[in-house]
Design a protein around this ligand. Structure first.
Ligand SMILES: C[S@@+](CC[C@H](N)C(=O)[O-])C[C@H]1O[C@@H](n2cnc3c(N)ncnc32)[C@H](O)[C@@H]1O
Length: 324
């Protein structure tokens, strides 16, 4: 059996800290590992991944049933002479902060680029990064639910007061995907496409003074080389007919109690065009493992990280079904 030098081997799910030992991942193997992507990413071997494709938690919408420290801003202010600065992710997570629940969009963008700065070390020079992100409207009193701000019925919610100031004003569309993409460009990432995912089946909204938000962004980044122009693996014949940067695709009903599952029709052309057969595909915020299942079905080695043990369990079931 050929082996890839990925240096990742899961030995136990019960104790994530002890669940790795440096080892080898077998070709064609699919793995989802429970834990914080910011830690797990550093278990990979340098330059071992062909494609990172992911949809991180968006800002200010869902907790995915994980616990968050709602007093984290107060704690940060107390601990600092300069409370206007942004805590690094390590401080934030050590103090109970969840990615996506940062008190300010600026903290979230900083943490996201911090993650992709680390991830860059594990991506091959010819590799690609696809990041799916949706936007958020600012509300001074935000409703944050286990499964999303727009969750209906008895989906439990947390009300939090978000400090206003600058662009953070009532009713404002925050342009978080753009803020993230611009910050990535500042960090030597080359943006190749801002693919718009149009979602024709988004449910009606009660607001009468604006249009429905019915698209998300799917950014394609590659690495800026030290010299010359970026060269990376890409097979455009695997993209949709017409190879346009707007893709229409229905939102799927969540799977296994997850409300933000990737539609296969959206990710399959990305995986096929941006990674070679036999390549390694990583989804660091894997949810129920849809990207891993697709990658593996098309002959890629797939690795996923996921914080929630419930979703990891669901992903393992999905991957087992896919390999039957
Ligand atoms: C938008 S969802 C991804 C859904 C996925 N694309 C799918 O098809 O199921 C984001 C996921 O990131 C997970 N997550 C949040 N913070 C994380 C972290 N620090 N490390 C790893 N996973 C995290 C959440 O539990 C959630 O399942």
């Amino acid at each position: 059996m050929p082996r890839l030098q990925i240096g990742l081997w899961e030995t136990s799910v019960a104790n994530p800290a002890a669940s790795f030992q440096k080892g080898l991942l077998q070709r064609d193997e699919t793995r989802i590992v429970q834990g914080d992507a910011f830690d797990l990413i550093n278990q990979l071997a340098a330059r071992s991944v062909d494609l990172i494709i992911t949809s991180p938690p968006y800002w200010g919408l869902r907790t995915y049933k994980e616990r968050h420290n709602w007093d984290i801003l107060t704690e940060w202010k107390r601990s600092r002479d300069k409370p206007t600065s942004i805590p690094p992710y390590r401080w934030y997570s050590d103090h109970g902060g969840l990615l996506g629940m940062e008190p300010f969009p600026e903290w979230y963008v900083a943490h996201m680029v911090e993650f992709f700065d680390s991830a860059r070390r594990y991506l091959k020079a010819t590799g690609s990064l696809w990041v799916n992100l949706g936007d958020t409207y600012f509300a001074r009193w935000a409703s944050i639910r286990d499964r999303g701000r727009q969750g209906l019925g008895n989906n439990p919610r947390e009300r939090r007061r978000v400090p206003m100031g600058g662009f953070r004003q009532e009713k404002q569309l925050l342009l978080i995907p753009s803020r993230f993409a611009i910050e990535m460009q500042e960090r030597r990432w080359i943006l190749r496409n801002d693919l718009i995912w149009y979602k024709p089946n988004v449910p009606p909204r009660p607001e009468k003074d604006r249009l429905k938000l019915s698209h998300e962004h799917f950014f394609h980044f590659v690495q800026r080389p030290t010299q010359g122009r970026a060269k990376y693996y890409y097979d455009r014949s695997q993209a949709e007919t017409g190879a346009n940067d707007v893709v229409t695709c229905n939102v799927r009903a969540g799977q296994d109690d997850h409300t933000a599952t990737f539609p296969e029709a959206l990710i399959t052309p990305r995986i096929l065009s941006s990674s070679p057969v036999g390549g390694v595909v990583l989804d660091p915020f894997a949810g129920t493992g849809r990207a891993l299942a697709v990658a593996s079905r098309f002959g890629r080695t797939a690795i996923g990280f996921e914080l929630s043990s419930d979703f990891v369990r669901a992903a393992r079931k999905q991957l087992a079904r896919a390999s039957d």
